[in-house]
Design a binder for this molecule. Structure first.
Ligand code: PEP
Length: 367
């Protein structure tokens, strides 16, 4: 539980002496910033369980209007939840305002066509999705290993494969002669065990790295904006980048690339989520308050460089990575934090309700 004074729920943000500060605001003031607490359910919950979970959370959060609440079920749960969270119903049943939002966990950037299994942003908008999570670390890196990119490349890295390739490349006119010479050399000289070692190395590298690129993320953002969907752009460094002091360089690139698709007119509506990959998921430790504070300050200053002070003051930056009822108050006390993207704890009604209450409320069973 927090050791600080009660955390501000609704506020303005001001810059004084090169620091950002939260200034108290009246709940309901149209110009004030409302923190956003979003639950990412990942690949959990069939539609009716999702509706039941949301209902239990609303019950535990009656009359809360000063923060925004979001749910990101898997694609299959979106329609059922969209039907359930109609504003009039939520107002009458639970005293909630227009502060509940439906989130998708991803989208595809093309609008239609032969993309089996993908869902376009127009499709999401048509069923009532408000916001879309883009660039979650599960998609940027973690899922690469399941798609087998690494193994298919590694499988092809054999002497026989290279011999065939050389034959094909020799008859092509567009092949760089140095590439051809390198492959011919490798094929003539290389021993099978060297090729195998190289293949193993490449497989491991690709498993680690294969995933969504900044370019794909940029296109997804563009597609969402075209269809009036707000975006939650996830950024974050992995353990290796933190250890090699590459964190800020990497975040700078992720944010600049993502925001390239966003005009100054709508930049203030974008939500950025800082999710250090090493702090996300079961068994990981959340980032320390000083680490969150340092990164969020960096990100807000970057936004100021890109879009000016007014956008930087209002754009919301969430933290994600093992947010729980007992650390949310301290996290929300950080001047540059405007909410949280919550994974595991968002699947437990009591825990997520307490996060929405910034750690206060019943202890509950976590069920
Ligand atoms: C997430 O997956 O976005 C996340 C923050 O997960 P967790 O809260 O479980 O660390």
């Amino acid at each position: 539980m927090s050791t600080h004074a009660p955390t501000l729920r609704t506020y303005y943000r001001q810059r004084k002496a090169n620091q950002w500060h939260k200034i108290p605001a009246e709940a309901g003031d149209p110009g004030a910033i409302r923190p956003f607490l979003a639950g990412n359910w990942k690949m959990n919950m069939i539609p009716r369980s999702g509706v039941a979970l949301a209902a239990r959370i609303f019950d535990l959060c009656r009359d809360i209007r000063d923060v925004e609440i979001g749910f990101a079920p898997p694609y299959t749960g979106l329609s059922a939840l969209a039907d359930y969270i109609k504003p009039d119903f939520l107002r009458q049943e639970y005293g909630l305002g227009r502060n509940v939002f439906l989130l998708a966990q991803d989208t595809f950037f093309e609008s239609k066509g032969a993309f089996t299994g993908e869902i376009s942003s127009e499709m999401l908008a048509s069923i009532g999705v408000d916001r879309v999570i883009i660039g979650h670390s599960d998609r940027r890196t973690n899922l690469g290993k399941y798609f087998g990119f690494g193994s298919s490349v590694a499988r092809r890295l054999t002497r026989e494969f290279l011999l065939q390739e050389v034959e094909l490349l020799r008859v092509r006119e567009d092949v760089d002669p140095t590439v051809l010479a390198a492959i011919e050399h490798l094929t003539a000289e290389a021993r099978q065990d060297i090729l195998k070692g190289l293949a193993r190395f490449m497989e491991a590298e690709l498993r680690e790295r294969a995933g969504e690129s900044d370019e794909a993320i940029q296109k997804k953002i563009q597609a969402c904006l075209t269809h009036g969907l707000q975006i939650i752009l996830c950024c974050g460094e992995n353990r290796e980048a933190r250890q090699t002091h590459e964190t800020f360089k990497l975040l700078d690139r992720q944010i600049r690339m993502g925001m390239e698709a966003v005009s100054p007119r709508i930049a203030g509506d974008v939500i950025i989520a800082y999710e250090p990959v090493w702090a996300v998921g079961e068994g990981a430790q959340p980032a320390k308050i000083e680490q969150i504070s340092e990164v969020h300050g960096f990100m807000r200053n970057l936004i100021m460089d890109l879009y000016g002070e007014q956008v930087a003051a209002t754009l919301r930056i969430l933290y994600g990575g093992n947010v729980k009822p007992d650390n949310i108050a301290d996290i929300m006390n950080i001047p540059d934090v405007d909410g949280a993207l919550v994974g595991g704890a968002s699947l437990k009604a009591c825990d997520f309700a307490r996060i929405i209450r910034f750690g206060l409320g019943q202890a509950g069973t976590g069920a």
